[in-house]
Design a binder for this molecule. Structure first.
Ligand code: BTN
Length: 244
C-alpha cells in the first residue's frame, strides 16, 4: 500500500499535503511524515499543536477498494495499529477511546484525523492523519489536563522506531480490513477499550446526551444503551464521545 514515502522538515499539515498529492496523482498511495506542521489539524475543526520534533506527525494516503460506507472503519484499523506500536516500543499500557484516541494514564497521547473524498458508491481516497505526542513537556492551558506525551510518561523513543512498528502492525491489520475481516481489529479494540462498560456523553452537532456503552459491533460502530433504556448504534464520524 506504500508507493512513496515523503519526509519533510515542515509543512502546513501532512493531511493537506496528502490531499494535494491525491489530486495530482490519481492512483498513488503513500506516506507523508513531517518534523513540524504549521497548521496541524485536529478533529472538529480544532488546531493540532505540532511543534518541530515534538511528535510523529504523519498521513497515509490510501485508496482501498471498499464502499464509502466501509471507509470510516479504517480509523479503527489505524488506532489499533498505533496502540500496538506504542506498546511494542515502550512498557506503557495504551487504551483506546472509541473510535480513535489513544490514551495513556488517562490522557490523550495520539489523535487520528481521517478525511476522505468520495462520491455515492465510489471512494476516491482516504487520508489517515496520525499525530503521536513524543517530546512535549508542556501543553496549552486548555488541554493541559487532557494531553500527554511519551516523554511526560517517562519514555524516550524516536519517531522512527514508532513509525516502523506502526507500519508493520498496520500492514497486518489493513490486509485483514481489505479482506473484509474486522474480527481481530475489533478484538484488539475491545481488549484496549476505555469506552466499553462506561457511561459517556454522545456529542453530535445538534445535541449532547448520556449513554452507557455496551459493545463495539463487528462493523466498528458502538452499541450503547440510551437514556430511555433502548439499545442504539452510534457510528463514528457523526459523534464525539466524552467520559463522565
Ligand atoms: C484529533 O483531533 O484527535 C486528531 C488529531 C490528528 C493530528 C494529526 S498530526 C498529522 C496529521 N496532519 C494533521 O494536520 N492532522 C493529523
Amino acid at each position: 500500500f506504500i508507493q512513496f514515502i515523503k519526509f519533510l522538515d515542515t509543512v502546513d499539515s501532512t493531511n493537506s499535503e496528502a490531499k494535494r498529492i491525491a489530486m495530482e496523482e490519481q492512483v498513488l498511495e503513500g506516506l507523508i511524515v513531517s518534523s513540524e506542521q504549521t497548521k496541524g489539524k485536529g478533529r472538529l475543526g480544532r488546531q493540532w499543536e505540532s511543534e518541530k520534533e515534538s511528535g510523529l506527525w504523519m498521513s497515509l494516503l490510501l485508496r482501498p477498494k471498499v464502499k464509502p460506507e466501509a471507509a470510516s472503519s479504517i480509523t479503527l484499523v489505524s488506532a489499533a495499529a498505533m496502540a500496538h506500536a506504542i506498546e511494542a516500543c515502550t512498557s506503557l499500557n495504551v487504551g483506546i477511546k472509541w473510535p480513535n484516541d489513544l490514551i495513556v494514564n488517562g490522557k490523550k497521547i495520539c489523535g487520528i484525523l481521517t478525511e476522505m473524498s468520495a462520491e455515492i458508491n465510489q471512494l476516491h481516497y482516504i487520508v489517515l492523519g496520525i499525530g503521536v505526542n513524543l517530546g512535549q513537556m508542556s501543553f496549552p492551558v486548555d488541554i493541559i489536563d487532557k494531553a500527554t506525551s511519551l516523554k511526560k510518561e517517562g519514555v524516550e523513543v524516536s519517531g522512527k522506531k514508532i513509525l516502523s512498528a506502526f507500519l508493520l502492525a498496520f500492514s497486518n491489520f489493513y490486509s485483514q480490513y481489505l479482506e473484509g475481516d474486522m474480527s481481530q481489529i475489533i478484538s484488539y479494540h475491545l481488549a484496549h477499550s476505555v469506552t466499553v462498560g462506561k457511561k459517556v456523553q454522545i456529542i453530535t452537532p445538534i445535541e449532547t446526551r448520556n449513554a452507557y456503552v455496551l459493545d463495539i459491533n463487528a462493523d466498528g460502530s458502538l452499541l450503547v444503551e440510551n437514556e430511555l433504556g433502548e439499545n442504539e448504534v452510534v457510528f463514528s464520524g457523526e459523534v464525539s464521545v466524552r467520559g463522565i
